[in-house]
Design a protein around this ligand. Structure first.
Ligand code: GRF
Length: 203
């Protein structure tokens, strides 16, 4: 199966997916990486792996719909089965989400539905939580709200700061994202009627 990844920054989750997909037993391969900013460091990482790495610079477009149409045109050249958002820091419009519905997934650094939005580590600490985590979900119209595919939790330590927590959670993200993507690629998790449906695990 063919996987495309959308990024805005360093692309460490993208890199985790690329690394997982190097295993011949993994059900997908990364065929393209697209960034909305040409300076996104992850583009170079992808190119070094011989993967098509494309910038669709949002500053060259007057509005969000025209930028997204250009992103979709690039994506469609690679006929992706699944599109992964990995630190893609731009809200998507409804037509884009509709176009890839059921094939568009995102990773968010909290245990959704808790802490949607930005600055999750800081807010988790401020709330006095003793666990934190990450979520991979199908993307639907509302930000950080789509049906959950997989989650991982980590314990919060007494000495944790926003930085230490973010770093430890990032390791969990790097394990979770390839696993969640595999569930989707294998058809073990799919979107149906606005819900995530899971194939039962045989006894
Ligand atoms: C990750 O924490 C991800 O959960 C969030 O943005 C960050 C992206 O990091 N959506 P990277 O670009 O994958 O390193």
């Amino acid at each position: 199966k063919r996987v495309a990844v959308l990024i805005s920054g360093r692309g460490s989750n993208m890199n985790a997916i690329i690394a997982a997909a190097m295993d011949p037993a993994y059900p997908g391969q990364v065929v393209a990486v697209i960034a909305n900013r040409p300076e996104a460091p992850g583009l170079e990482v992808a190119a070094r792996h011989g993967i098509a790495a494309i910038a669709v610079d949002q500053r060259r477009f007057s509005d969000r719909p025209s930028h997204e149409a250009a992103v979709a045109a690039e994506l469609d050249r690679f006929s992706p089965d699944v599109v992964c958002l990995a630190g893609y820091m731009r809200l998507l419009t409804e037509p884009f989400v509709q176009r890839y519905r059921g094939r568009l997934i995102n990773i968010h650094p909290s245990l959704l539905p808790l802490f949607p939005g930005l600055d999750t580590h800081k807010r988790v600490l401020a709330a006095g939580m003793r666990v934190h985590g990450c979520t991979v979900h199908f993307v639907t119209e509302r930000m950080d709200e789509g049906p959950i595919i997989a989650q991982a939790a980590i314990a919060i330590r007494g000495e944790d700061t926003e930085e230490t927590l973010a770093a430890r959670l990032l390791h969990a993200e790097h394990r979770l994202y390839p696993h969640a993507l595999k569930l989707v690629l294998d058809g073990d998790a799919r979107l149906s009627g606005g819900h995530a449906i899971f194939r039962p695990i045989p006894p």
